[in-house]
Design a protein around this ligand. Structure first.
Ligand SMILES: [Fe+2]
Length: 323
């Protein structure tokens, strides 16, 4: 097996370079570090996992978030907008693979990328996208003030612990308020403070509803829940993208703004490249490539090595994701 992407450790140093052959020694080492998985090459068929932003930007953003360097985060959030706007495809099909310790930071970057894609889909201007991106990257900055044993608890939280965790939007607001030379736009503080509000008023901290919740917060909320659902944590498995899309749609109009969900689902591949699916003809296959026009009909490599394009085999449907 050949590693497809660079693998980074918790200090954002390269642990293994892309194209490294994975010996048993490396595989054991990766398993010990509790990575959820890595991308590997499968012959020449599967290209490396498509990245919407460069590794350099991603790693830099994680580093600056860890150091609470808000000015650097703002600069990087603007870079992220430009990189995504320059990207060939806006389809999200890389499953988030991180080690547990870095969860909050990796999650923040993922939420930022998804938020910007939604913003582009909703027709935001460049200046609006930059503000949205800044708020999205900083949305969980208040978690630094939540006790670490609650934040990284490898189990579900007790009601008391959850009440403490729910204070992180307020802690985030306080941190942004205290920022030196306080020129940070009010919308960013508002969005960070409001990213756990629900469309129907059942969210926190203020229980705002509908349009009273800032548009950026409504976008970040959807991106946030999607990434949390599709990420494996110590106490729960990762939900596959197809099921997570179902979850977003089922909770539209209650938790989420319907317009935001409807925009987002156009950009998520329910069957990401590399996943194994079960087809209605009883065969199994690996997704080789997604069709940008119809994300439900990818190209699939069957167990016998044949490649079929589901755009051309309309009588075959996808029943489920196996792995
Ligand atoms: Fe949050």
């Amino acid at each position: 097996m050949i590693l497809a992407n660079n693998l980074y450790d918790n200090n954002e140093q390269i642990l293994l370079k892309a194209n490294t052959a994975l010996s048993e020694f490396y595989i054991n080492r990766i398993a010990r570090l509790e990575y959820e998985g890595v991308y590997i090459f499968d012959g020449d068929d599967i290209e490396k996992g498509k990245q919407l932003i460069s590794d350099e930007t991603r790693i830099n953003a994680i580093r600056k978030l860890k150091r609470l360097d808000i000015n650097a985060c703002i600069f990087l959030a603007n870079n992220i907008v430009q990189e995504i706007r320059g990207s060939e495809s806006l389809i999200i099909e890389q499953v988030s693979l991180s080690s547990y310790d870095n969860y909050t930071y990796v999650h923040s970057v993922n939420v930022d990328v998804s938020s910007v894609i939604i913003g582009i889909g909703m027709g935001l201007t460049n200046a609006e996208l930059e503000k949205l991106s800044q708020a999205a990257l900083l949305h969980d900055i208040g978690k630094v003030d939540v006790p670490i044993e609650i934040l990284n608890k490898p189990a579900r939280l007790t009601p008391e612990e959850y009440a403490e965790m729910k204070k992180h939007p307020f802690y985030g607001l306080e941190r942004l308020r205290k920022k030196e030379g306080d020129e940070l736009a009010a919308v960013i503080k508002n969005a960070v403070y409001s990213h756990h509000e629900n469309w129907d008023g059942t969210g926190y901290p203020r229980g705002l509803s509908g349009d009273a919740i800032h548009k950026y917060a409504r976008i970040i909320h959807v991106a946030d829940v999607y990434d949390a659902l599709t990420t494996k944590r110590a106490y729960k498995d990762a939900m596959n993208p197809a099921d997570a899309i179902e979850y977003l749609m089922a909770n539209s109009g209650t938790m989420f703004d319907i317009n935001v969900v409807n925009t987002f689902i156009h950009y998520i591949a329910p069957y990401p490249m590399g996943c194994t699916i079960l087809l209605s003809n009883g065969q199994q296959g690996v997704v080789l490539e997604n069709n940008g026009k119809n994300l439900s009909r990818p190209k699939v490599k069957l167990e016998n090595g044949t490649v079929i394009d589901l755009m051309e085999k309309l009588n075959i449907t996808i029943l489920s994701i196996l792995t």
